[in-house]
Design a protein around this ligand. Sequence first.
Ligand SMILES: [Zn+2]
Length: 363
Amino acid sequence: MVSGESILKIEDYLHQIGEEERSLFERIFRVFISEGGLEPPPSMVPWIEARFSSVDRVLRQKIIKIVNLITLEGALFNSLRSERPMETRSSEEVDNLIRAQEGDPFCRPLELTPSDVFGRIRGRHSITASNVAKYDGFHGLVIFDQHNPLIFSPEEVKDYIDTALEWAQKAHQADPEARYFFLMWNCLWKSGASIIHGHLQMTLTRGMHYPKVEALRRAALSYRERFGSNYFDDLYRIHEALGLGWEDDGVRYLVYLTPIKEKETLLLASELSNRLKGAVYKVLRAFIDRMGVKSFNVAFYLPPLASTQEDWEGFPCLVRIVDRGDPSNRTSDFGAMELYAASVISDDPFLVAKYLKETLTKV
Ligand SMILES: [Zn+2]
């Protein structure tokens, strides 16, 4: 296994891994390296030196483009961005904003949120509500008893997910045609959350799974038809060989080579077990406590609740966790590049993997 610390050296690392892993890598990924250059006027030099420590680093910049050939996800890593140390963000401003919202409608869900047509599910640390303006026919919330969305224990995270799963079963009973469950956690405004109070959101949809989940199912299916092996197993093997993936307690962790945005980590397991729920907790705590993350998204890609015409064989429970950047920064982390071309990434996956591994052994 490679013990690398920089995505800029990915080509060197690929020479250090086994022949089989390298050919799997070449099957799934392609790496393109380019160099950008510029000529600053002398008047800009002090500013460049102050910001990037040396002019030379700015004059020639290495850019690594990685494309997942199976899913057509892509990421661009720039040496100037990725060599920055992992930021630790000051939290006082955000903490104050969280506190200022205490007493919001989610602090009194029974009075200030509607219930679903099938009622509410009461968890040990949470309660469900029906979302007022719905994404889909079934759209609910798991509202945490705890107001502050950055404070949670392993028991609480497990309870939130279990409560959401129970909601999904109730909704499915109410409409057996609704089989496709999508569970998400948006934390703080940068992630799209409109309410600060901690909550999950979940939908149950009919006909087919949401297009991004369905696209992944189709990609994995054609991969199996073409190469005769499971896409997710091969994806894991590559990440493991590079030191970006490891398995613990039946859960596979991958710091993804083509992340949608900063620090994207994938968790894979054959079922939505307590161990997988525990892994979600651990990664989030490592993000928050070790890497200064405040705002994040978590998405659960799960096979349907009941049998369907299409083939879900070999599709795991996949949890995707991503950092959405500093909530005190007004600039969005998603621009036209991310929406329409490829994701521009600052945080080095090798550093994220290093920090995650260090922290997870202690959690
Ligand atoms: Zn609240």
